[in-house]
Ligand binder design. Structure first.
Ligand SMILES: [Zn+2]
Ligand SMILES: [Zn+2]
Length: 973
């Protein structure tokens, strides 16, 4: 027999020591039969049929199934709590007593095989285990995606082996309305995952499903149990008319409850402090639960899908002192409700019931004033955790700062937890190399004894996907097939070695093309790492483009895919590679194009010439001359498109301030949402503008200012959407409200961010807006393709209208070293890893060693390390000389430096005449700015010349033509 390639610690059994074996097929002839007892159910019948069929696919001989026809060797299924189990030998009984959850035991000797479990599902898993041991792999749903080794013999070596899952709950949440998808259900049970369904239809029984129910239906359950949505809303309206006190108090009025998905109406959660409310919800829940009598059933407790909670005094009293974190505002109140449900449902009346409670939106955190009933497992919804890094990756800022703590705190509270993951909502169609990070997550989940996970996905054999979602429905699973398969594998083999398992499964899937695909996937992974981006629910697709922003990278990845295509040994493997090539094109390459377009789309800010009075009027000539930016885009489920309600933004600056003039067109009805009163954070649900800005001195942080049409403001700083703190930069704001538009004139002092703004500086700025559409919904748009947070994607705004004098000033464009034009001449510089940077000249007369580095840049992604080896090394660039009338003859220089070296910066004119002498001895392991002024009115062949002696890191070189009034006093004569 073919040895299983994935043997791991869980198998306390050695093939080599097994001299005898149960022989099911020998020389292509069946030697055994699969026995089914007279009362065998749908699951056992299915297990027998699957085992028989796949033994047939491997050996050519399907095993007979039925009652004993006199074969000496048999395969039998034994439920450990059945009378048949009493006759098992003591050593097998002992092993079987160690089975937990839906685990199983396989006992094998010459007389045959016994698969023993406490549950029908465990019996089914046992049958599949025999096939996996023989080398069968189900890569993804569909017969074309299975791997069947060919072998005339099928033997199971003697022994008694125990298999327990690492998690009691192993759930794939099949979202997106895929309908009945039997190929996916087969894949799920074959790979040790559980099928979760809410339908009692007998056609699902053979997959041994776990029944589950509950969701955003607080108000539905309050109103009663009705099958159709019209009936539910009619019942809720009727109840609201009769008993408004059951419903939530919102801004002084009792208002309706429900889910706003298809309506712009504002809803509120029901009034759960009114004892009638939980009592009615309990009654409706009991009616539903009783339908699943005798079956394994999970009931999920969840709110209605919005964040408004009843504001009546008794409800507020349940909240206690509100916690500082918004994510936990309603946790206390929520657990009063959950504990009430648990006390009344988890009783001997419902022995097979398990309760799960969502912890979501603004009730995600552990409650502070009430102890959660430990019998309830929580479903943690880590909206906006990063999936490209694992939860316990200390280098991933959003995960380590927030989300890991959230999981750890539920563990510390003694509450078992499971999850609702968001791999489906990542940039593009989730074609991301994140399977290793996810396996690390599973290991972490196991280490804190979590109940399991809920992986949201789409069934690729779904037939009912609506047109708009069809592509994601069909392609999400194939794009992430490794992630899905490894989830099944590690759910049972949590301690297995990732590298080994990944190597084995990929080499089977891609065949001899794997050696190219392996480098391809690793390069893609490295590109993501180098970008230092994080990817979470709602991250914009253009992030993929920013990861591709290294010269030659896209070509390199495409050439690896081309090599893989060439190496493919079969049409099937070729089709797999071509599918992936399609994903690369559709996601990474397309987004790279969008990213480049965006990068070229620079904005120049106007340097103010007169005082700008902040009065909400654009009377100053500076506003008249400033460039108007009006291409705001919205990014929603239908993609990125021009905002329906247009906006115009203008930017001016002086040395100490940035000035913004923002205008937002209103919908025809002229309406806005303006509800912020006491709590300035609520501004985010108002009609408002947001300004985000960052400059190199802010070291990756950005400042955010939200302003509504009443002139109210809210300000934060942070690196991502998830990790921000309040701040006050003391902005001056004036707003004006007109029937068809509103505008805001804003001055933001920058002294908290950078010493001063110079002409030629670059800032990354985003201007975003939430505007109320005619249909009552908010439209979110921005001048960066609809994104809000994510400061590496903000638009570059150049201070002043002058063209930059240097190309590639931040060394971000990396390239191969340029070869000398003269024949037989060679580069005297040593370029480590054969890498150089575009537009810079590395003087052959004064060489050194150049290393292009990415670990700790002062700005952007790349910096240079120069080692001069005791002599002088020269790095030059010819500069673009400003036109005569704009040439003041005064150049301002700035650069970031670090290391131990002598540095001399000058301008070099024709005939090697040098100007200026910015000289400094550097001895620092921290980045710091080197600045200075050079006077030179040469009009031809001017170059910036940097001379280095020693070991020096350099980054972000800056040269601009200074306005004469910008000269520092000490330089004026
Ligand atoms: Zn209330
Ligand atoms: Zn991350």
């Amino acid at each position: 027999m073919k040895l299983n390639c994935f043997m791991t610690g869980i198998m306390a059994f050695s093939f080599s020591a097994a001299l005898s074996a149960a022989e099911l097929v020998s020389g292509g002839k069946a030697k055994a039969s699969i026995l089914l007892s007279a009362d065998a159910g749908a699951v056992e019948k299915h297990a027998a049929a699957e085992l028989s069929a796949y033994v047939g696919k491997i050996t050519g001989a399907a095993l007979p199934v039925g009652t004993n026809q006199g074969e000496k060797t048999t395969v039998e299924f034994v439920l450990f709590n059945s009378p048949a189990a009493k006759s098992l030998p003591p050593n097998i009984q002992e092993k079987a007593s160690e089975i937990i959850d839906d685990g199983f035991v396989i006992a094998s000797d010459v007389s045959g095989i016994k698969i023993i479990s406490n549950s029908q599902r465990g019996l089914l898993y046992g049958a599949y285990r025999l096939l996996k041991d023989a080398g069968v792999i189900w890569f993804m749903p569909g017969e074309e995606n299975e791997y069947i080794p060919q072998n005339a013999d099928f033997k199971i070596a003697d022994g008694v082996r125990l298999f327990n899952p690492a998690f009691a709950q192993r759930r794939f949440i099949l979202n997106g309305g895929s309908g009945y998808t039997p190929d996916t259900y087969d894949w799920i049970v074959r790979n040790g995952i559980q099928l979760y369904i809410d339908q009692l239809d007998g056609k699902y029984a053979k997959w041994a499903p776990v029944y589950i129910g509950g969701g955003h239906e607080m108000t539905d359950l309050l109103a009663g149990n009705y099958p159709k949505s019209e009936q539910r809303s009619a019942a809720a309206e009727k109840l609201f008319a009769e008993h408004p006190e059951y419903f939530g108090l919102y801004k002084g009025q009792r208002i309706m409850g429900g889910n706003p998905a298809h309506s712009s109406r504002i809803f509120c959660q029901p009034c759960t402090s009114n004892p009638e409310v939980p009592a009615r919800i309990l009654k409706s829940t009991k009616e539903i639960i009783s339908r699943y009598e005798g079956k394994e059933y999970i009931r999920i407790l969840c709110n209605d899908d919005h964040m408004n909670w009843c504001e009546c005094a008794p409800c507020k009293a349940l909240d206690g002192k509100p916690p500082a974190e918004e994510n936990g505002l309603y946790s206390n109140r929520w657990w009063h409700f959950v504990n009430f449900m648990a006390q009344n449902l988890l009783s001997k009346d419902y022995p097979n019931l398990k309760l799960h409670a969502m912890v979501y939106q603004n009730y995600r955190l552990v409650p502070e004033n009430i102890k959660p009933d430990p019998r309830v497992a929580v479903i943690v919804c880590p909206h906006q955790r990063c999936y490209i890094h694992s939860l316990n990756d200390p280098a991933c800022f959003p995960n380590s700062a927030k989300y890991r703590k959230m999981f750890d705190s539920w563990h510390a509270a003694g509450v078992r937890s499971t999850t609702f993951e968001y791999h489906t909502n990542l940039p593009g169609n989730s074609y991301l190399p994140m399977e290793e990070a996810w396996v690390r997550d599973l290991k972490y989940y196991h280490s804190i004894h979590m109940e399991g996970f809920g992986l949201v996905t789409r069934a690729p054999d779904g037939k009912t996907y609506i047109e708009r979602r069809k592509y994601l429905g069909k392609n999400m699973w194939p794009a992430l097939w490794q992630l899905h398969w490894l989830t099944g594998y590690f759910s049972w083999n949590i301690d297995a070695d990732y590298e080994k398992v990944a190597e084995e499964i990929n080499s089977k899937f891609y065949g001899s093309a794997w050696k190219h695909m392996k480098i391809y996937r690793r390069t893609l992974r490295e590109a993501v790492e180098l970008s230092r981006e994080h990817m979470y629910y709602g991250s914009p697709p253009i992030l993929l483009g920013s990861c591709m922003d290294r010269p030659g990278l896209v070509d390199h990845l495409e050439s690896l895919l081309a090599s893989a295509e060439k190496a493919a040994e079969s049409p099937l493997i070729l089709s797999r590679i071509q599918r992936e090539k399609g994903y690369f094109e559709k996601n990474w390459k397309t987004q790279y194009r969008n990213y480049l377009k965006d990068k070229d789309n620079r904005i120049a800010a106007q340097k103010r010439k007169e005082k700008i009075v902040i009065d909400g009027l654009d009377r100053e000539a500076d506003w008249k001359n400033a460039k108007q930016v009006y291409n705001f885009a919205a990014c929603d489920s239908s993609g990125t498109h021009a905002a329906r309600l247009g906006s115009i933004a203008r930017v001016c600056f002086d040395e100490e301030n940035l000035y913004f003039f923002l205008e937002g067109k209103k919908a025809k009805n002229g309406k806005m949402v303006l509800e912020t009163s006491g709590d300035p954070k609520k501004i985010f649900s108002d009609s408002h503008f947001e300004i985000f800005l960052t400059c190199p001195a802010m070291k990756g942080e950005d400042y955010q200012l939200a302003v509504n049409a009443k002139g109210m403001k809210y300000q934060t700083t942070g690196t991502t959407a998830a990790a921000r703190k309040e701040t006050d930069a003391k902005p001056e704001i004036a707003v004006r409200d007109y029937p068809d538009l509103w505008c805001a004139e804003i001055r933001i002092p920058v002294k908290n961010f950078t010493p001063k703004i110079l002409t030629g500086d670059f800032w990354n700025i985003n201007i975003a807006r939430a505007a109320l559409l005619e249909n009552g919904k908010l439209e979110f748009s921005s001048w960066c393709n609809g994104i809000f947070h994510g400061n590496t994607l903000f638009r570059q705004v150049m201070m002043g209208t002058q063209e930059p004098l240097l190309k590639n000033p931040d060394f971000e464009v990396v390239c191969a070293p340029e070869q000398p034009k003269e024949k037989n001449k060679r580069n005297t510089w040593i370029f480590m890893d054969d890498k150089s940077v575009a537009n810079w000249i590395f003087s052959n007369a004064n060489p050194g060693t150049l290393t292009v580095k990415t670990d700790t840049p002062a700005s952007g992604k790349v910096y240079l390390h120069v080692s001069s080896g005791g002599k002088y090394s020269f790095i030059d660039q010819f500069i673009r000389i400003p036109e005569k009338d704009k040439n003041t003859g005064i150049y301002a220089f700035r650069m970031m430096a670090r290391g131990k070296a002598e540095l001399l910066v000058r301008l070099r004119g024709p005939k090697t005449k040098y100007y200026g002498d910015i000289a400094i001895k550097i001895d620092s392991n921290q980045w710091f700015p080197v600045t200075g002024i050079v006077r030179c009115d040469e009009q031809v062949q001017l170059a910036l010349s940097i001379r280095i002696k020693g070991e020096l890191d350099i980054d972000d070189v800056h040269l601009s033509m200074a306005d004469s009034e910008e000269m520092p006093d000490s330089s004026k004569h």
